[in-house]
Design a protein around this ligand. Structure first.
Ligand code: PHE
Length: 406
């Protein structure tokens, strides 16, 4: 085998200085939890799809939105960033945030990576359900692979103003104007407000359909929408962010060959929604193959109000690891260590937290201390078992991160 190539599904990718995808991460490709029968993410997919099918029909009474739920997760830098106007120096492109196969290809970091190709193919109304990949911290609500639903809706002028037939002909969508907080320079104020209203009322209705809960809107920023918003919902007494959305930047449509439409897009993380909806306390549970988990979601009616019941709670086992960074310390990122822990210890790790860092002026070395919380989801871990895994983590860190255990 050629060690300078990565093979995935029969295709080879040239390894270069951008390559940071691990075999562990590659093993998630094709798992498609959102398509697995009786999986909570699959139930949620069906409920969201039904909402859009039921609420949006074309003039023949058929569903307006098309659904894509099996698009290939390896995308180009162009799809994930350039087409969406993500600036060249934007942090979301960093190696420390994404899983790159090489400088040209990466595992998609969001479903928005497919907007361009679907719009280009002529679609005006579509949903995308997909697995997305991001390097991030380790805790009960973060996992390097999660799932999103993306929605896009585009309008021609007569579609936008069809509620008021008198307005047709008198209200324009486009103008050569200025960008303000509420609109882009190419859009008229009226068009931008109607699209914003369509977007917000769709999403408020969706959240009410799923949760029957109060929501609020806050302003946000995304490179490919303006204006942009986030929707928050009260959960355990606190406002929690559920989704990002906005009026599509006209330039993203132009890049897809569409000049005469205006529209909106949104993106929702499915795990977070499912954790609230079904009382699922830990994101690792979505990957459980234990029938004690999956059987609880084996319902004949997808609208059943399932509340997950943990079989029992096992104790957490915190263990600290401290090391000196190698000479080129500025190349080290916390996410490098988190990925290593994932690779070596897998799902017995519940959390990893940076608890201390300092510079030793005499030794001229940087130190890091992380607390790794080990907790098995289905049994109590013995200290002996924990020590064994912890030692493997230490050894792997010395070997592949070139750190020195203190
Ligand atoms: N893709 C964005 C994210 O993953 C969410 C988003 C989608 C925002 C569509 C605006 C429009 O954070």
């Amino acid at each position: 085998s050629n060690s300078n190539q990565i093979f995935i599904n029969g295709k080879s990718y040239e390894v270069d200085s951008w390559t940071n995808v691990t075999p562990k991460i590659i093993s998630y490709i094709g798992k498609n939890l959102h398509l697995q029968k009786s999986h909570p993410l699959s139930l949620l997919r069906e409920r969201i799809t039904n909402f859009f099918y039921f609420h949006y029909k074309n003039n023949r009474g058929n569903p307006l939105f098309s659904v894509y739920d099996n698009l290939y997760p390896i995308v180009t830098v162009e799809q994930n960033f350039d087409n969406l106007l993500v600036p060249e120096d934007h942090v979301s492109r960093n190696k420390s945030d994404c899983y790159y196969l090489n400088s040209k290809y990466l595992l998609r970091g969001h479903s928005s990576a497919h907007e361009n190709e679907l719009i280009q193919s002529g679609l005006d109304n579509f949903l995308i359900f997909s697995d997305v990949y991001r390097r991030d911290q380790i805790d009960s609500s973060h996992y390097p692979v999660f799932h999103q639903v993306e929605g896009v809706r585009l309008f021609l002028r007569h579609e936008l103003f069809s509620l008021n037939p008198d307005a047709e002909g008198s209200i324009d969508v486009f103008e050569k104007g200025v960008r303000t907080e509420t609109k882009q320079e190419v859009h008229t104020y009226d068009a931008a407000r109607v699209v914003e209203y369509s977007l917000k009322s769709s999403l408020t209705a969706l959240v009410r359909h799923l949760f029957g809960q109060k929501v609020r809107w806050v302003d946000a920023y995304f490179p490919f929408t303006h204006p942009s918003f986030e929707l928050e919902m009260k959960f355990n007494g606190e406002w929690m962010e559920l989704l990002g959305c906005g009026v599509l930047e006209h330039q993203t449509l132009v890049k897809a060959g569409v000049e005469d439409k205006i529209g909106w897009a949104f993106g929702i993380g499915l795990e977070r929604l499912a954790m609230i909806l079904y009382n699922i306390p830990d994101i690792r549970l979505f990957w459980s193959t234990d029938p004690g988990f999956l059987n609880q979601f084996n319902v004949s009616d997808i609208n059943t109000n399932v509340k997950y019941k943990p079989i029992s709670i096992y104790p957490p086992c915190p263990n600290d690891i401290s090391f000196w960074l190698p000479g080129n310390a500025d190349e080290f990122s916390d996410n490098d260590f988190y990925d290593l822990v994932r690779t070596v210890a897998g799902d017995v790790v519940e959390q990893v937290n940076l608890v201390d860092k300092f510079y030793h002026p005499k030794k001229k070395l940087y130190s890091r201390t992380y607390r790794i919380v080990y907790r098995h989801m289905e049994k109590t871990l013995t200290q002996e078992e924990v020590n064994k895994v912890h030692r493997l983590v230490e050894e792997a860190a010395e070997r592949s991160l070139e750190v020195k255990i203190r």
